[in-house]
Design a protein around this ligand. Structure first.
Ligand SMILES: [Zn+2]
Length: 148
């Protein structure tokens, strides 16, 4: 799978533009920041990842390379919600940019001690409900486009 440093341009999406900012694209051989994370932030990110808006559909699964043998779990349950991990990405608008993380980021937070950048955490807490009109408007206002 692809690795991107946090807050670097995310070149994963064909036709995507440079407003896309990577968060949580971890791989085993690259060090990543660890520390405490608020439960409020985690719960908010879980809600966004239940049925995330996708610009394009990808086949295949983003396995966890930090898990030594199993590739990590295929789903995560929290707060009576269940999220399938690694088959989709979550887009979080933040003004003129859009953070994008694989849904596997929930597993990195839960099991591997990962701490994402503060600005991503703030954007998640501010983010309107997934697929709501305010969410889609915020995406549109970022100017993000995917050339086909
Ligand atoms: Zn893992």
């Amino acid at each position: 799978m692809a690795h991107f440093e946090d807050l670097s341009p995310c070149a994963y999406f064909p036709g995507g533009d440079d407003r896309l900012v990577a968060v949580g694209w971890l791989e085993r051989e690259h060090p990543f920041p660890r520390g405490e994370v608020d439960a409020d932030f985690f719960a908010a990110l879980v809600r966004l990842c239940v049925e995330p808006w996708q610009p394009v559909v990808f086949a295949g699964r983003h396995a966890c390379s930090l898990c030594r043998f199993s590739g990590g779990p295929g789903a995560l349950s929290y707060d009576s919600l269940t999220v399938s991990l690694g088959s989709a990405n979550v887009f979080v608008p933040d003004g003129a940019r859009v953070f994008v993380a694989p849904t596997t980021v929930l597993h990195y937070l839960d099991a591997h001690g990962y701490t994402p950048p503060r600005e991503f955490q703030e954007a998640v807490l501010r983010c309107p409900p997934m697929r709501s009109m305010p969410y889609l408007r915020a995406l549109k206002e970022s100017g993000l486009s995917f050339r086909r």
